[in-house]
Design a protein around this ligand. Sequence first.
Ligand code: NAP
Ligand code: G4F
Length: 328
Amino acid sequence: MAKRAVITGITGQDGSYLADLLVDKGYEVTGVVRRSSTPNLLRIEHILDRITLRPADLLDQLSLMRIVKDVRPHEFYNLAAMSFVPASWDQPLLTGEFNSQGVTRVLEAIRQVDPGIRLYQASSSEMFGRVREVPQTEMTPFYPRSPYGVSKVFAHYITVNYRESYDMYACSGILFNHESPRRGLEFVTRKVTDGVARIKLGLADHVGLGNLDACRDWGFAGDYVRAMWLMLQQDEPDDYVIATGVSHSVRKLVEVAFGHAGLDWRQHVRVDPALLRPAEVDHLIGDASKGRRVLGWEPTMSFEKLIAMMVDADLARLASSAGAGVAR
Ligand code: NAP
Ligand code: G4F
């Protein structure tokens, strides 16, 4: 009998890669989508005939209960969130409703319908914020620096609490930044690779950026969804840091991306103070030793290869659509 999985956030970057992985493994995949007035299924259009979509919203307890009752999944991946850090200062309450209480609603739906369902919760290295140690592990204390980071700390602890209170198989994956050609255009890697492609094709002449000194541990999203799946295949539920262990600055990202297209970034990057954040996370670097040891997880793609792949994908997309394309 095929295993059944529910994915919230299936229309997002990670949801689409996870759906690819689970479909390949023979799962029956149900994706949770919220209503939108225009189609937003671009990232999953290539597998629409192999998955089922159901309407629900993290704000709506009844819709989540209905999905869990109807599908009775073996595994539930909660990836849905307001995931863009700057937007969390604009909408701190909504961020908390989605990212914190949304997770409690998912946990309650599972607890009330079938506490045997295994849950993956998408936690974030943003929880480390102003870091207390370098590199960051599962034991590093949290010090979030944005409403987004704060909301994810609540989500992490409510997941741990339901595991300990109700003996549920609930895992919190503390994932460091992961990117791909399917990354949203507002995140810095994709903003840069899309900008490089536009400049190379003569569609733009510069890209505006904020803090070039911030450092992130960037990996490939396809590798990170494999870690999510592995977490739900163990004998016991636990929490894991997933990271490459290599950190680069935004300046280095820019150098690599423009260099790959044969461009000099100094001629095309403008620093825009409006893009600086009220409080910054300066430097993230993760230690994924536990994930490597217990899950057997390894990242497969270097930073340089990842950025080159993203630049090439944006060049191909923009060249074929003459600038009219959107993120896939
Ligand atoms: P993403 O591309 O922004 O996708 C977010 C998804 O959440 C979209 O499918 C979105 O649906 C959905 N969503 C948002 N609010 C919802 C709501 N109220 N009800 C139902 N669905 C809702 O994010 P991502 O990069 O794939 O990240 C996936 C998860 O991992 C997020 O929880 C994020 O916070 C976390 N995370 C990401 C990273 C990273 O580097 N990518 C690192 C650590 C943790 P619409 O299409 O309708 O907007
Ligand atoms: O790409 P970012 O917007 O990602 P950020 O804030 O690290 O958050 C992402 O990773 C988290 C995991 O650590 C996830 F939980 C979260 O959902 C999201 O996926 O920004 C990265 C860095 C920041 O320091 C930012 O200040 O890049 C710097 N940056 C500089 N110029 C910029 C820009 N970021 C964006 N988005 N746009 C800029 O123009």
